[in-house]
Design a protein around this ligand. Structure first.
Ligand SMILES: [Zn+2]
Length: 281
């Protein structure tokens, strides 16, 4: 079912670098310790520049076979962090320490969201103006995208999907809010997203007046830990906030997603010595 040709793969890999779990704005990329992992990427809003400047250096990755997750680190020096055994994402959310933690405050605006198919996901690029604040730090929402099935597991249980809302703060730190999706009733907040999924990378769709805040569950308690982007270059230093309460999507909505994106979930990585916290209230 894969529609890949060599040229679309290279281009899509460039997009994936720019817009995966962290995106091109991901300052963690430019501040990574290894000089080889510093990637000077053009603006994500300029796909032509991506093609001319980014495609040469982007290395194809995938989810199976030689380009699959087990081999990401060997595909490019820039992907070396993917082999780190102690700071990567996703993880199995189990054995968390339940403690009172500062609340997340979401100030998400309603606006026009640009949907693009990056081959590895369909992402919605957010207009500026939506923020998330936690513990005195304010992060700006840049884009959201979906993984199917979910990447984080909960005590070994795999959910049907996982939404990632990617934020950066003014110092460039990355915070990703994960929302687990379970099969059930159709989700109305995501209805427009599922109905208008671009079938190919050249197709762009605008969701007018999209209410991103409606994507969040009512219960805002989260699992928290420090991890990485879940796509190459697997950049570390990402603050993860995974909602404890899943939201429901229908089998039809998941099937719609599968019709344009094949599996795009990285297997869970070792927790290592990291602390996994769960909000108590
Ligand atoms: Zn993601």
């Amino acid at each position: 079912m894969r529609r890949h040709t060599p040229s679309t793969l290279v281009l899509s890999a460039a997009f994936a670098l720019l817009a995966g779990c962290g995106g091109q704005d991901d300052p963690a990329t430019s501040t990574a310790s290894s000089p080889s992992s510093a990637i000077s990427s053009p603006s994500p809003s300029a796909p032509d520049a991506v093609q001319s400047a980014g495609a040469q250096r982007a290395v194809e990755f995938g989810y199976e076979g030689e380009v699959g997750p087990a081999n990401w680190a060997s595909l490019s020096e820039d992907y070396a962090e993917c082999a780190d055994a102690s700071q990567q994402s996703p993880i199995d959310l189990a054995g968390a320490s339940t403690v009172p933690l500062p609340d997340l405050r979401f100030d998400y605006a309603t606006g026009d969201v640009e949907l693009t198919n990056t081959v590895h996901t369909v992402q919605g690029v957010e207009p500026s103006g939506s923020t998330m604040t936690v513990d005195g730090r304010t992060y700006t929402l840049t884009q959201f995208h979906l993984h199917e099935p979910a990447e984080h597991t909960v005590a070994g249980q795999t959910y049907a999907g996982e939404l990632h809302l990617v934020h950066t703060d003014e110092s460039g730190a990355v915070a990703v809010v994960g929302v687990l999706l379970q099969e059930g009733a159709a989700d109305s907040a995501l209805a427009e997203y599922f109905e208008q999924l671009p079938a190919g990378t050249s197709q762009e769709v605008t969701l007018a007046g999209f209410d991103t805040g409606a994507l969040l569950p009512q219960d805002r308690r989260t699992y928290r830990y420090s991890g990485s982007l879940t796509t190459p270059p697997c950049t570390e230093g990402v603050s993860w906030f995974v909602m404890q309460q899943p939201v429901e999507v229908s089998a039809e909505q998941l099937a719609d997603f599968r019709s344009v994106i094949t599996e795009n979930s990285r297997p869970v990585q070792p927790l290592g010595g990291r602390e996994l916290l769960l909000d108590a209230d």
